[in-house]
Design a protein around this ligand. Structure first.
Ligand code: B3K
Ligand code: ZN
Length: 882
């Protein structure tokens, strides 16, 4: 098992100027012939050996410069093909380009890893990022080797009427034996990871988009037969994304055609292959009867994300995989801004921060902690992480905060001007931002090199006499594997000082005025003192507004201040945040009471705070839904060194139930006012009402009363949309409702032919926190709806159980851990990537009590003993054990 290091980067010894691929597809195998023009790289040391990547390929022949190679001229092992160029007569590879032709045989029908070329419900498709192209043909499979591709595909016409690849189709025709072919040419140079091929019999939705310079682009979405009705939202989302990128970033689409193919078996969400995106069906198909409002938003966001990659990722790509955040952090930021523009900025911000707090903070504090630009990896696929993606997006957001919208745009413009058509580094991006704005980002660069979540501690002192407010602010970043003694970060801390009516007081520093720009305080040192003058009276502090940096903020708020911010802060994010802090405080207090052997006491001051928010007519329903939802247990776990999980869960449940009881009438009134029966609408107002009604219903169901169950059952049975149906299904499945088995059976019977809905059914059961779930989940694995080869199914059952069912996964008897390990064992050789994701559920074992730690480590050790363990799972399990 070998480790790859960022510091070892060397330019490729050879370049590929152009490549033509010929695919002869058959049901049980494929022949791939690759013809490429190679050239020694003038920027690299020359060598007589041409080393190509290739895995799981049956080599059938090699020719160099027209000569068939014989055995002494090359060497093949399980990962590489080495050609001894200096043993080829008359070849002056240092002076002139030369042609290489290879022919290989591969077996797509047997490829369960879903990487390379594989079959998914009788249709061929590919997934090449990060290093899957080497499972298709011998190649220099690295992102800094860019080439133009011509692709010929031939297959049986009846079974595979559509033959697709990147770029434009330049030719097609019929062949003997019922076969046909198509030839595609992509005029843009690209790395192999952006290559794609699809072949099958699909339904096709066609549309077009006119760019602002007047070019007409063909838009095509290919889906499984019978799913056309579920594609319209994806198409609308694509057009919106195209328009948004022109408007906000001045970026136009470059080819004449943009295709999306939806497949049911896919390891992740989607893939941005040039001109031919391949998507998980989950992020294409959406119809109100089968998809929730959240699904609609997710489809729109992923369509946008992949579309935005055309510039941030494809036109300008990564030099090496350590630079992944160059394209991913930036593209996530872009899709977040897009979604905010389509929906609501505050709501979107809160949702994004929830992901950071529940998942990224955990990763950053655990055994897999890595900077957004990692320094090393064993398996690159393990580094498509919330850190690289979501913390990466937070880092991009900080440029936006520091430089402003216009400054950020200037930086982006310069980035494209300098690097279009190239494979570059994060450093290149920073320097474009820096140069376009004449702004010093020396210290800011530490966000790329240091892992861990910075902790910012604030204390304040108000001087009534001189109308001065002094803030003492410290920052520190915990050690992470392989990194200690971190340097201070440049942290933009957005803040407000609220007067007693909730208005923002003007901000002015007594000295060092450059440390404050607008409402952004620049933290740059381990300890700093900021003196604000002209502060007319003692303010309430609103700190880290809009979550202006991915840090943990410590400030000793009291309950009154939090309630005040919850009611008045002009920064909606911090309004939500104040509520979360208020709830969290209560939960930790309830834990302390249990620790002390005392009964839990509900603090009545919460009733008023919640009631005020509940009835605030000026607030958006989605915001209210978020502000009334208790903090996620996963995020709470990250607030403490070690957790007594049983107490935490009991406290969380207790608070939910008490709030439900104390405000029973309010929940009911608001539920009835917002739950809509009648014709389905999906405008902003209707979506907001559904979200708000859903949270009200969740409190009602927490009462554990027949009347409340009746409401949920009636919502489920009478709903004409999946948002209401899924909310009710989950609430019932997670409750003590006596007839939930019946509910589950009816739901399945109704939706058994809609795979994506069946997945909701699976995960609603897998996340049931009650005791019988473990047995039920074992049953689900045997259910005909389950298929271990399908990652969506695995995520819906095993992923949901281990990731979102804390009470049952962390059962005292260890059965939850045994179950997960058992599934990893079944999966690691079938699909290493998905198995590795599941293994990550053990990463936070150090947070728990001794007995749970022991039980989790036992399973991790067992996993490490598995024969022929994939390096994907090995990396996660071995790092977890440290
Ligand atoms: N770039 C792909 C992710 C590829 C993951 C490879 N294991 C999707 C995306 O981020 O848009
Ligand atoms: Zn991406």
């Amino acid at each position: 098992i070998s480790v790859k290091y960022r510091k070892d980067y060397k330019p490729s010894a050879f370049l590929i100027n152009k490549v033509s691929l010929n695919f002869e597809l058959f049901d049980d195998y494929a022949i791939v012939t690759a013809r490429m023009m190679l050239q020694a790289n003038p920027a690299a040391e020359s060598s007589g050996a041409l080393v190509l990547d290739g895995e799981e390929l049956e080599l059938q022949g090699i020719e160099v410069a027209g000569q068939k190679l014989v055995q002494e001229q090359y060497e093949v092992d399980s990962e590489q093909l080495t050609i001894w160029l200096n043993k080829i007569d008359g070849l002056d590879y240092q002076q002139a380009s030369f042609e290489l032709v290879t022919k290989v045989k591969i077996y797509p029908a047997q490829n369960t890893s879903l990487e390379g070329l594989y079959l998914s419900s009788e249709k061929f498709c590919t997934q090449c990022e990060a290093e899957g192209f080497r499972k298709i043909t011998y190649y220099l499979d690295r992102p800094d080797v860019m080439s133009t591709f011509t692709v010929r595909i031939e297959a049986e016409k009846k079974k595979y009427p559509h033959l697709l690849s990147n770029g434009n189709q330049i030719e097609h025709g019929s062949l003997a034996n019922g076969r046909h072919y198509a030839i595609w040419q992509d005029p843009f140079r690209k790395p192999s990871y952006l290559f794609a091929l699809c072949a099958g019999d699909y339904d096709l939705l066609e549309d077009h988009f006119t760019t602002r310079s007047g070019r007409e682009i063909k838009l095509e979405i290919y889906v499984d037969k019978g799913k056309l009705e579920q594609c319209h939202h994806a198409m609308e989302s694509l057009k919106k994304s195209m328009a948004w990128d022109e408007e906000v970033f001045g970026l136009e689409y470059d080819l004449d055609i943009y295709m999306i193919v939806a497949v049911g078996d896919f390891n992740m969400g989607a893939m941005e292959n040039k001109g031919l995106n391949i998507f998980n069906t989950k992020y294409v198909l959406a119809h109100p009867e089968t998809a929730t409002d959240q699904d609609f938003e997710d489809v729109e966001a992923v369509i946008a994300h992949e579309y935005f990659h055309n510039w941030t990722g494809n036109r300008v790509t990564c030099r090496d995989w350590f630079q992944l955040s160059l394209k991913e952090g930036l593209t996530v930021f872009r899709d977040q801004q897009f979604t905010a523009d389509q929906t609501d900025h505050a709501v979107k911000r809160i949702e994004d921060v929830k992901v950071i707090r529940s998942h990224q903070f955990a990763e950053d504090a655990g055994p897999m902690a890595h900077p957004i630009r990692p320094d090393s990896y064993i398996e690159m696929n393990n580094f498509y992480t919330v850190t690289v993606y979501n913390k990466g997006a937070e880092v991009i957001r900080m440029y936006h905060t520091l430089l402003g919208t216009d400054g950020f745009r200037r930086g982006m413009d310069l980035y494209f001007e300098r690097f279009d058509g190239q494979a570059v580094t994060c450093e290149d991006f920073v320097s474009a931002m820096e140069d376009a704005n004449d702004y010093d980002l020396i210290q800011f660069r530490r966000w790329y090199s240091q892992a861990g979540t910075p902790e910012v501690t604030v204390t304040s002192e108000y001087d009534e006499l001189h109308k001065k407010l002094t803030l003492q602010i410290g920052q520190a970043c915990p050690d992470t594997p392989g990194q200690s003694n971190k340097q201070p970060f440049h942290i933009p801390l957005k803040l407000g000082l609220l007067d007693k009516d909730g208005n923002d007081l003007p901000l002015e520093l007594a000295s060092n005025k450059e440390q404050l720009t607008g409402d952004i305080l620049h933290l740059t040192e381990a300890e700093q003192t900021f003196e604000f003058v002209g502060v007319s009276h003692k303010p309430v502090l609103s700190l880290l507004r809009n979550f202006s940096a991915p840090v943990r903020l410590f400030y000793d708020y009291n309950d009154q201040e939090l309630a005040f911010l919850y009611a008045h802060d002009k920064d909606s994010f911090n309004r939500w945040e104040a509520g979360q802090r208020l709830f969290a405080r209560v939960i930790w207090q309830l834990c302390a009471e249990q620790e002390a052997g005392e009964p839990m006491q509900f603090p009545l001051h919460l009733v008023n705070a919640v009631q005020n928010l509940l009835s605030d007519e000026s607030l958006d329903g989605r915001f209210k839904a978020l502000a009334l939802t208790l903090p996620d247990i996963k995020a709470l776990i990250e607030e403490v060194e070690r957790v007594n999980l049983d107490h935490l869960i009991a406290a969380h449940d207790f608070l939910k139930r008490e709030l439900a009881k104390q405000l029973e009438m309010d929940w009911l009134v608001h539920y009835q006012a917002n739950h809509h029966v009648g014709a389905f609408k999906q405008d902003k107002a209707a979506i907001a009402k559904r979200a708000f009604a859903g949270v009200c219903l969740s409190y009602l169901v927490a009462l554990d009363k027949p009347k409340a169950y009746e409401l949920a059952v009636s919502q489920l049975v009478n709903s004409n949309n999946m948002t209401d149906a899924e909310t009710a299904l989950q609430l019932l499945m997670h409750s003590n409702y006596s007839q939930k088995e019946q509910i589950a059976d009816d739901f399945y019977r109704k939706w058994q032919n809609e795979e994506l809905v069946v997945n909701k059914w699976l995960s609603a059961q897998a996340t049931d926190p009650t005791d019988s779930t473990i047995e039920r989940v074992k049953g689900l694995i045997e259910h005909p709806a389950f298929d271990i080869k399908n990652p969506n199914k695995v995520r819906s059952v095993v992923g949901a159980f281990a990731g979102s069912n804390l009470p049952q996964f962390h059962r005292n008897d260890g059965k939850g851990y045994v179950f997960l390990a058992e599934q990893i064992k079944q999966l690691y050789s079938v699909n290493p990537q998905t198995a590795a994701r599941l293994t990550g559920a053990f990463n936070r074992w150090k947070k728990f009590d001794d007995e749970r730690q022991r039980l989790m480590c036992e399973q991790l050790q067992g996993i490490l003993q598995l024969p022929d363990l994939s390096k994907d799972v090995y990396e996660i399990a071995s790092k977890a054990l440290g």
